[in-house]
Design a protein around this ligand. Sequence first.
Ligand code: AMP
Ligand code: MN
Ligand code: MN
Ligand code: MN
Length: 285
Amino acid sequence: MTILNADLHCHSTVSDGTLEPEILAERAKTRGVELWSLTDHDEIGGQQRARTAALALGLPYLTGVEISVTFCNLTVHIVGLGFDPANDALVRGLERTRGGRGERAQEMGAGLAKVGIPGAYEGALKYAGNPELISRTHFARFLVETGVCRDNNEVFRKYLADGKPGFVPHRWAALGDAVRWIREAGGVAVIAHPARYDQSPTQEYALFSEFKAHGGQGVEVVCGSHAASEYPKYAELALEFGLAASRGSDFHSPDESRIDLGDLPLLEGRLTPVWELLADRIQTA
Ligand code: AMP
Ligand code: MN
Ligand code: MN
Ligand code: MN
């Protein structure tokens, strides 16, 4: 049970992925995933569909979500796994977290209009399968489709990163709240893609310490948003902080994602896989 091709991080049309939950389940199964979780941003509306599709394929499933958090003025993401999706505090917390996205998107559109890109809000909205979850990814798709940029990376670099014309600062959930919602719903909280944050070593240490103090239990070590050269550092940090290790592609789209479902290397044997903490939450039938 320890070594598994587990893929515990990906996105569907319910947030900023391009595939429906059922299609993702099939893709995961076909590509050899042995334990799967759909982790849409700030939204669990796809969980029932993902779970039903996975179980019909004989693919073990864990409930999942990726919560947007503001920690020391920086956006970080916390993945929740194995929680009860009917938990009231979690459902209300997620509702509040995604609440400001519509207004933020309109402001992003206004920012882009000022630099000569009109209609971006309306354009992005067309790509959002779920308008409540309109995100920077949907703006990126619009700007690529209309030929303003070559790919999403260029869009983020020129228009959507902090300080760029389409960037609108936003306050997401507090770290302690996100971890508490997940825990109180019976799940395990995991720091998503720690290498992606623009943090000094001191800030990173503070994130890990506070996360742990709030009851967080895991960290992504092998992850589609990390370079392979970054895995060892986070394996060490997992051991240092006594955190379990998670593994997930962060797959969004066949056209955009570098790493597909199930494609990552397995976790090292010296790490505790996060699914060992979740053995009784894995759904198989
Ligand atoms: P938001 O939650 O609206 O701030 O959007 C964040 C999403 O943008 C992330 O979940 C990623 O899917 C995507 N993203 C962030 N940075 C980049 C990047 N440099 N290149 C491509 N996609 C990115
Ligand atoms: Mn995303
Ligand atoms: Mn993320
Ligand atoms: Mn993600």
